[in-house]
Design a protein around this ligand. Structure first.
Ligand SMILES: [Zn+2]
Length: 320
């Protein structure tokens, strides 16, 4: 009876397709906060790491959506204009406590969307925001390297063989400048890191679903990376070649103000950075990418694109 076979085989097929290995990412509740962590990193007892989330802080974020204005308590970890410094400091205290290491100093950067990396071997003398750059690396215990984001991609690297770590901030400019490749190169020089040993966590950031970019970004990526096309959705070739898929209004007699919106592509920054890591010699099986989109999940994260006035998450890694 073919119909019976069909009925019997259907649920089995469905089970097979939905059966996937458990996600290596998990939320851990600690000290009243939700910390996102990567299971493969927790196997090293000398390593501390975590990605902060939005809820549970001392900061008060006022938002005016379509509905009533509302205020929300958030874990803003960046010194943003709208927030009070003492509240951000309190949030940072709560966060390092939740990481289990309240005694360790946070090392931060003034992030400038560059390819500049800093190798750190001692804690900063005082809380220091004057160091400019977008990546931190160390093989010294007792430091928490911290990157701040609100849509950009945070990347944490671990070299278990030499006990060295790095934290990287990659938006489209940093990705274009290959900040991840250059930081890995710095680890090779400073710590004798072999890319084949490295484990990489590509944390929550804006997903391709929400990350629209215009012709300028498309052209720059096309000029820089032969494989760029695979990181974009949309009219990549038209935008990369400079042929506007929407002809000028005066050619088509469209009245001013009624032109179609300028053409856009959607960029997958996480995929781009994963590809750069693979190109540099990191094994694909050692690269773990969070599929959480900061713009889709403003319940969990801050999104600069979606909200403009918003907080900053921190992605932290250190050696105990
Ligand atoms: Zn999204």
């Amino acid at each position: 009876m073919p119909s019976a076979t069909k009925l019997k085989s259907k649920p089995r097929a469905r089970r097979a397709t939905t059966k996937s290995p458990a996600s290596p990412w998990r939320f851990r509740n600690a000290a009243g906060l939700e910390i996102l962590e990567l299971a493969p990193f927790t196997q090293f007892d000398w390593l501390v790491h975590g990605f902060s989330t939005r809820p549970g802080g001392a900061s008060i974020l006022e938002s005016r959506g379509l509905g009533q204005p509302r205020s929300e308590k958030v874990l803003n970890l960046g010194y943003t204009d709208w927030d009070r410094r003492d509240r951000v400091d309190e949030n940072r205290r709560r966060f390092v406590k939740a990481l289990g290491h309240p005694e360790l100093p946070l090392v931060t950067l003034r992030q400038i969307h560059s390819d500049i990396s800093h190798v750190i071997s001692a804690p900063p003398a005082a809380p220091d925001n004057s160091r400019k750059g977008d990546a931190l690396a160390t093989c010294s215990p007792g430091l928490l390297l911290a990157i701040q984001t609100a849509d950009c991609i945070p990347i944490l690297l671990v070299d278990p063989r030499h006990r060295a770590v790095a934290a990287i901030h990659a938006g489209w400019r940093g990705t274009l400048a290959r900040v991840v490749t250059k930081t890995l190169g710095r680890m090779q020089m400073e710590f004798s890191t072999k890319p084949a040993d490295v484990l990489a966590a590509i944390g929550p950031g804006i997903g391709q679903c929400c990350y629209e970019v215009g012709p300028d970004v498309v052209k720059e990526f096309a000029a820089q990376f032969p494989q760029a096309r695979s990181w974009f959705e949309g009219p990549f070739d038209a935008l990369a070649s400079g042929e506007d898929p929407n002809p000028l209004p005066w050619l088509t007699m469209i009245p001013p103000g009624h032109e179609p919106p300028p053409p856009r592509c959607q960029l997958d920054l996480k995929a781009a950075n994963a590809a750069l890591l693979i190109e540099a010699g990191v094994s694909p099986k050692n690269i773990f990418t969070s599929d959480l989109c900061t713009s889709c999940r403003t319940d969990l994260f801050f999104s600069y694109r979606r909200e403009t006035t918003t907080g900053r998450m921190m992605s932290v890694i250190g050696i105990t």
